[in-house]
Design a protein around this ligand. Structure first.
Ligand code: FAD
Length: 448
């Protein structure tokens, strides 16, 4: 729907989270004339890019009383997207500041991403809007507005009323654990990638890593540097096959899924191979989790689908007062946060209008039907993948923005193809220099 002539109004908006999504959302809301309070539990901006050697007290993250670490970063982590396409569109992720102390590689370490987000926050003076060390513990609708209960590090609780709440709390904290038949009697140690930091606990061990996507591929190779053997269980591999991978230490295998785990310590794969393992590391993803949200059951999470959400952002009955920025996965994340947050800001001011709740529900059901017809399971409702540019360009058009740059889309696609085909080397070998040049040409033309 095109921008309307509605009068522009300024709202009091609470943003939950000062990670990449919350930072750009705060900027866009303020640009649109809203007054903004950002809440974050941490002492600084950056969200999951704040590395900490501390992990959850329960390494499987199942114990509800465990102490929780927000970040899922491992010490050796480098980005899984090339930096040119990863940054915000109007604040490119190029080497900045003191060049000597920064990581100028195309796929830099996590420290460089944190430094970039700190630069962004400084450039747009976002910290002045943030209440650090303040956790949002409850959000509920009250007479057309939103009551936000927060608790600061001194234990002081406060209730405040806002016109709107934008949830930017991230979704890489609550692990998804694969069900392995027989696991209850298996005697080894189990952990989730959320709690993986360094390979040291796996020196000379036989380790099974479940999952072979971005984190699984990285962590298995990191562990293989010190372990005796590493065996990856991969859903993508045909059930009767396995393969030995010669890097980094000639001690890494990929198998099909696990058939069962046994009390004698053995793990049997569906390809018939048996290994006696000391550890299992689950690199099996995360679940959406919004413990602070109280909507009387209107918003639910079924099979990791948060519903109902119009365009993955607005729950129809509560729109536009409640919205989510950053929910979808398999996307060019920062670009998505930027475009979604511009949309939210313009809808809250009345510059753009949403369809009626019934029409939004129709659109949600049409999206489900489309996924269903393509055989895409419900648990992948928010995985944009091949749909990401169609999705982002739809929102961009609503906001009167230019579509996602071709070079950005192509860099992301080709980067993803390299990640899958050459996981050991994709960060240091590429064949898309033409796209890098295009990106830098674009930044120069726009004087970014
Ligand atoms: P987060 O960064 O998680 O920020 C959420 C913030 O909300 C945190 O600061 C948290 O403290 C705060 N918060 C949460 N709940 C509350 C509460 N109740 N009260 C107050 N504060 C709260 N994306 C890429 O583009 N490139 C990559 O290379 C890349 N690598 C990744 C590697 C790993 C291991 C993981 C897990 C993800 C990776 N991602 C990557 C994806 C990721 O989505 C982001 O890059 C992005 O930074 C997430 O930003 P966010 O703001 O949505 O969430």
């Amino acid at each position: 729907m095109a921008p309307t002539q509605n009068p522009i109004s300024s709202r009091q908006v609470a943003v939950i989270g000062a990670g990449a999504a919350g930072l750009v959302t705060a900027r866009e809301l303020r640009r649109e004339g809203h007054s903004v309070v950002v809440f974050d539990r941490e002492k600084q901006v950056g969200g999951l890019w704040i590395y900490s050697p501390k992990a959850d007290s329960d390494l499987l993250s199942l114990d509800p009383t465990r102490s929780i670490a927000h970040s899922s970063l491992y010490e050796s982590l480098r980005t899984n997207l090339p930096r040119e396409c990863m940054g915000f569109r109007d604040f490119p992720f190029v080497p900045r500041g003191d060049y000597e102390s920064r990581d100028s590689r195309r796929y830099p370490s996590h420290r460089e991403v944190l430094a970039y987000l700190q630069d962004f926050a400084r450039e747009f003076e976002i910290e002045e809007m943030v209440r650090f060390e303040t956790e949002v513990v409850r959000v509920e609708p009250v007479n057309g507005k939103w009551k936000v209960r927060s608790k600061n590090s001194g234990g002081f609780s406060e209730d405040e009323i806002f016109d709107a709440v934008v949830v930017c709390s991230g979704h890489f904290v609550e692990p998804n654990i694969a069900q392995v038949p027989g696991i209850k009697s298996w005697p080894g140690k189990q952990s989730h990638s959320h709690n993986y930091r360094v390979p040291d606990p796996f020196i000379n061990k036989v380790v099974v890593v479940i999952g072979n996507f971005a984190s699984g591929a990285d962590i298995s190779r990191d562990i293989a540097k010190v372990a005796k053997e590493v065996h990856i269980a991969s859903r993508a591999r045909e059930f009767d096959t396995y393969e030995k991978i010669s890097v980094p230490q000639n001690n890494l295998w990929t198998h099909s899924e696990i058939d069962k785990a046994n009390a004698d310590g053995s793990i049997v794969f569906k390809n018939g191979k048996v290994v006696y393992a000391d550890n299992i590391v689950y690199c099996t993803g995360y679940k959406y989790y919004f413990p602070f949200l109280e909507t009387n059951g209107y918003i639910s999470n079924n099979e990791n689908c948060v519903e109902p959400l119009y365009k993955h952002v607005f729950p129809p009955v509560f729109a536009p007062g409640l919205s989510f920025v950053g929910l979808p996965g398999l996307a060019i994340n920062f670009t998505m946060f930027e475009i979604q947050s511009k949309w939210v800001a313009a809808i809250l001011s009345g510059r753009i209008t949403l369809p009626s709740p019934d029409k939004m529900m129709e659109d949600i059901l049409a999206w489900y039907a489309r996924l269903d017809a393509l055989g895409i399971p419900k648990r992948k409702t928010h995985k944009l993948a091949d749909f990401q540019c169609e999705y982002l360009n739809w929102i961009a058009k609503e906001c009167g923005l230019s579509p996602v740059e071709q070079w950005r889309e192509q860099q992301a696609i080709r980067g993803f193809q390299r990640l899958v085909s050459i996981p050991e080397t994709y960060r240091d070998e590429w064949d898309d220099d033409d796209l890098i040049q295009e990106a830098y040409g674009d930044f120069a033309r726009k004087k970014l």
